[in-house]
Design a protein. Structure first.
Length: 97
């Protein structure tokens, strides 16, 4: 088992690679909300996501597919007005504003 520092470095490298991919590649065609678009998060996200912020406005950062590949263009990373961010909100939980 890897130690915490090693795993943290690996995770950060994966994250940075994803951000680079977002900057260098086009968004997936099946992505509903574009990068930088403002959205409103649903008031009720369900019990499985009760600890996520709800009922507030946020800005789309990217989808899972855009950052890490694959076909999941329905899960979004969002940034909030206070500078924090959170992932993975589902497309059905967001409304364009």
């Amino acid at each position: 088992m890897q130690d915490y520092k090693t795993r943290k470095l690996q995770a950060n490298a994966i994250y940075q690679s994803g951000l680079k991919r977002v900057d260098e590649t086009p968004e997936p065609e099946n992505q509903k909300f574009n990068r930088g678009q403002r959205v409103k998060i649903a008031d009720d996200l369900g019990s499985a996501m009760s600890y996520f912020r709800s009922g507030v406005e946020a800005t789309v950062r990217y989808t899972y597919a855009h950052a890490y590949g694959g076909d999941d263009a329905k899960s979004y990373s969002l940034s909030f007005d206070d500078g924090r961010s959170c992932a993975w909100y589902k497309e059905w939980q967001l409304t364009a504003i």
